[in-house]
Write a protein that binds this ligand. Structure first.
Ligand SMILES: NC(=O)c1ccc[n+]([C@@H]2O[C@H](COP(=O)([O-])OP(=O)(O)OC[C@H]3O[C@@H](n4cnc5c(N)ncnc54)[C@H](OP(=O)(O)O)[C@@H]3O)[C@@H](O)[C@H]2O)c1
Length: 276
């Protein structure tokens, strides 16, 4: 089985590269149709995992000032990869985002069939545009949220939050990366297509994550509560805060551990790194 990972140099691409060490990792612009076709026709992968996209550095605020680049990667490139994979009957796994919603849908969480309802940042809008089109085609479209694990990666949600002096206290769905990799592997095994929310069941706020961090990793850690009405003081553009439903994934026979349990385990792992 020949697997190709696009965007393998990025944060999520790195996890998939570790999970599939024999995968090909071509360095091409996914919106460059000529380069994409040349690669797919020469190498004929069976599976393409598209982890390429613009997320902005240091954060999604970057996308507000880099709209052409953001559209090229998150919309044009995503659709180009989809079209060329479909033309060749290549199984496509697209890494999308749950940051296209706001709120908790009356406590039920947003299902895969609910239309996006968060348009407060350009990043989120591009992810919603491509998500809506991809969902019309037979590709596996993965929506995750705020990825975390027990590593010291600066892109790990927990490590990011640990650097903030003020931490948002809004309930959210989160995704533990090892759980996501297992879930995607199972979906891939069954060659399932369609959109899947992959989040750990339960709800937690970034502030609560830091309270657990203080308890488990660093009792001296200092931070303050940030409420959503003060978010504008620390971020240029809005942020999605939402709860996704994991019902479809569960019905597909894939169980994810509870979010608080997963955060606790990640923090215990981080404490181990700290103590070394
Ligand atoms: N990290 C999160 O919190 C999160 C959450 C939910 C969903 N996602 C989604 O997951 C995907 C990967 O995110 P990430 O966190 O891994 O981002 P990342 O660390 O910024 O990695 C993205 C990778 O894609 C590459 N890339 C961007 N545009 C490309 C293009 N046109 N052609 C080929 N490669 C391109 C980037 O290269 P350059 O650096 O050279 O641009 C980078 O190596 C994105 O689609 C993102 O929306 C991320």
């Amino acid at each position: 089985m020949k697997i190709c990972i696009l965007g393998s140099g990025g944060f999520l691409g790195g996890y998939f590269k570790e999970k599939y060490p024999d995968a090909q990792t071509p360095k091409l612009d996914i919106a460059d149709q000529t380069a994409l076709i040349a690669y797919l026709d020469a190498e004929k992968p069976d599976i393409v995992i598209n982890c390429a996209g613009k997320t902005g550095r240091p954060n999604v605020d970057w996308c507000e000032d880099h709209k052409p680049e953001t559209v090229r990667s998150n919309v044009t490139g995503a659709l180009m990869v989809m079209e060329e994979c479909l033309n060749r009957h290549i199984y496509l796994v697209h890494i999308g985002s749950g940051c296209i919603y706001q709120g908790d849908n009356g406590g039920k969480g947003w299902a895969e069939t609910d239309p996006p309802n968060y348009f407060g940042s350009f990043y989120s809008r591009t992810k919603a545009w491509s998500d809506e089109i991809l969902s019309e085609f037979p590709v596996l479209n993965i929506r995750l949220r705020m990825p975390f694990d027990g590593t010291a990666s600066p892109r790990n949600l927990i490590m990011k939050l640990a650097k903030y002096g003020r931490v948002l206290d809004e309930p959210n769905s989160l995704t533990n990366m090892p759980d996501l990799l297992n879930a995607v592997a199972q979906l891939m095994e069954k060659r399932l297509t369609g959109t899947f929310n992959i989040v750990n069941p339960g709800v937690i706020s970034p502030f609560e994550v830091m309270e657990m961090y203080k308890e488990i990793v660093d009792p001296a850690h200092v931070f303050e509560r940030l409420t959503v009405d003060h978010l504008g003081e620390v971020a240029k553009t809005g942020r999605s805060n939402c709860i996704l439903s994991g019902e479809k994934l569960r019905k597909a026979g894939i169980e994810m551990p509870d979010v608080r349990e997963a955060v606790k385990n990640a923090l215990v792992e981080l404490r181990g790194i700290d103590e070394k």
